[in-house]
Structure formats: structure tokens, C-alpha cells
Design a protein around this ligand. Sequence first.
Ligand SMILES: Cc1ncc(C[n+]2csc(CCOP(=O)(O)OP(=O)(O)O)c2C)c(N)n1
Ligand SMILES: [Mg+2]
Length: 389
Amino acid sequence: MPRRTVYEAKVEFVQILDEDGGFDAKLGKGLISDEEVVALYEHMVTCRELDEIAFKLQRSGRMGTFPQNKGQEAAAIGAAHALTKGTDWLVPCYRENAALFMHGLPMHYILLHWMGDERGNQIPDGLYMTPQAIPIGTQMLHAVGLAWAAKYRGEDRIACTFFGDGATSEGDCHEALNFAANLDLPVVFVCQNNGWAISVPAKIQCSAPTIAQRGLAYGMECVQCDGNDIFAMVKVVRDAAELARRSHRPTFIEAVTYRLGDHTTADDARRYRDSAEVEMWKKRDPLIRLRKYLVDRNQWDDEKERSLQADAKEQVAAAVKRAEEIAAPSTTDMFDFLYAQLPDQLRIQRATLRTASLGQDPTQLEGGIEASRQQDIEETVSERPVTKP
Ligand SMILES: Cc1ncc(C[n+]2csc(CCOP(=O)(O)OP(=O)(O)O)c2C)c(N)n1
Ligand SMILES: [Mg+2]
């Protein structure tokens, strides 16, 4: 029996603007207009400001926890720019705030969510985005479902989902890729390979040379790009979006980037990361790179930078004020909006919560569980107005 190669593949790496300011004029020609580059840079700076402020809010006890996006702005913003706002689905995990804002989500929604108010996840009508997914990888399946529905209805809509390097070790990820490729679904999978899944380095999540090639195994297009280069991001996502719209084919994109901050405010990355690695990536900061591009082309100067920084501070301060002005939701919401009829065990918890002493057993209170049950019935879910932030 002769031996022959039945399959051979290559994975392309795309970079257009390198960290020294070198620009690939051929690949980058006509990709983003000068005005758009300025707008994208402004958006990146504003989102970086939000990151800094959210960190401080958490440290001063005004927010539960927050996952900073610092260092990864080009990936989310570049992808959002290449998609059609108000048409295409954005299906994020928890680090893509910047993309959601670009597609119209008011900034205070994200703050509300991390302040523990679920109304921050109540996406306003007319926006095509799903709430931030905290369980790793689950949103990839949601994106596949949304794309399938769009194709079934004959809509000109595609879905773009974001996930991390760590998510590619989850079964959900592989089911989503398999489903999308086999059913010819218009999905753009954007893996933000930021080097780490909390304290686990990406290289031990995947022993193949690239994460991108995981897409090959499912028979879909795949590409790796410099995720800190906004031009490369726009190029690869635009190509993938065109393929999805034209041929209903999915693409797997690996955006190579780096998380400059901690995993979340509940983490201290200094305990597991080498500072030399962090320093190296600080030099590849997507904001520094884009500012240099604009300055080199006389599109930017110190005066514009000062004014942008002031505007960003003002915008973020207004979002914080708005989020903090919204009255906290009722603690009992976590019971009231999950079940039509609360199981007894949870009914006891709900009643205990109301007693002065936490943990007190309501069955020992005057009237016992029956009394607390009666109180629940009086305070029915239907009477409670659902307010929007
Ligand atoms: C299903 C599930 N398992 C575990 C966790 C806990 N967890 C939160 S973030 C995280 C790491 C995710 O890493 P990655 O996908 O690379 O995303 P990144 O945070 O780096 O953006 C883990 C394991 C979770 N949220 N969901
Ligand atoms: Mg990661």
C-alpha cells in the first residue's frame, strides 16, 4: 500500500502594523480611513480609562469584582469595527466591554453588572448582543444557535463570539466548532489568546503550535493574527464576516494578545507571572502602537491627547455616577425571578434572609414556615415592576 499525504495545512499569521510602527501598505491599503483610526483610538483610550476607574471602584468597596481588559483593547474593538452594528450578533465572555460599547451598550450597564445588579445584563432593545458569559465557553454555543436561527430565517446576520485561550479546553468550545462547521453556519470565532487562563499558561492548554489550528480539525477556515494590531484585527474579522455572510462558513481566529492586568480584581498575577514577560508586553501595548501610527502621520499631537484624556475621564465619571444613582435591586430578586413557584428549601432561605439575624431558622419563628409562605404569597412576583437601568 503506498503511503500518501491525505491532508496538509498551513496557518497564516497576519500583522499589518508592527510594534515599531512598520505598516504593511499592501495589506493595510484602504482598510480603515484616517478618521476611523482616530475614532478607534479615542474609543480605546476611553475603555482603558474605564478599566482604571473600575479597578479603583473595586478597591474602594464600590464594586464586587472586575475583569480588566487592559492590553486587549485592539482585539475587541477591531472585531466590533469589522462587524455591522445593529445587525450582527456580539456574543461576549467577560472581557469584551469595549466591543459592546462600540455597538451601543451604555457604559453604566457593565458597571451595574459588576456592582452585582443583574439589570446590567438586561440588554436594551435593538442591540444585537448577549449578556457577558461568566461560565467559560458556554457563549460559543449560544453564538452557534443565534447564527443557525439567522440562517434559518434567511436574515443577513452573522454571529461573532469571543472567548479565551483557556476556553478552547472546554467541551462546549469543541461542540460549538463542530456544529458550526458541519451545519455551515455564519459564525466568527474570536479566540483572544492572552497567554493565560488565570494562572495557567496558554502553552499548557494547547500543545499544538497554534490555537488557530484547532479550527482546521473541524474543517473551517482559520487564521492567527496580532491581536494588539487593530489593523490586523479589522482585516481578519472583515474577511471572516464576508465569508460568513456570503457562504455561511465559520472561521476560527486566534488573536495573539496579552492581559496586562490581573485576571480579575480578585487575582494577583505577580504570584505566577514573570515581570520580564509583562514588561515585554507593555511595549506591545495596542494604545501606544496606534498613537505612534497617528503621530507619525500627523493625525495626533499632545494637545489632542490631553483633550481626549479629559473627555474620557468625564465620560467614565458620568457612567459611574449613573450606575451608582440606580437604587440597588432587592435581595429577594435572586429568589423571585428564578422559579414560578419557589421550592420549599429556597422559601426557607428567602424567609431567613428577612429575619434580623442571618441564618435564623424561620420554622422557629412565630407562625413557622407557614407564616413565611403566606408572606411570600402576598409579595407576588407579578406585582413587582421590572425596571430598566
Ligand atoms: C465552566 C467554567 N469553569 C471554570 C471557571 C472559572 N474560570 C473563570 S475565568 C477562567 C479562565 C479563563 O481563561 P481564558 O479562557 O483564557 O480567558 P481569560 O480570562 O484569559 O480572558 C476560569 C477557569 C468558569 N468561570 N467557568
Ligand atoms: Mg486567557
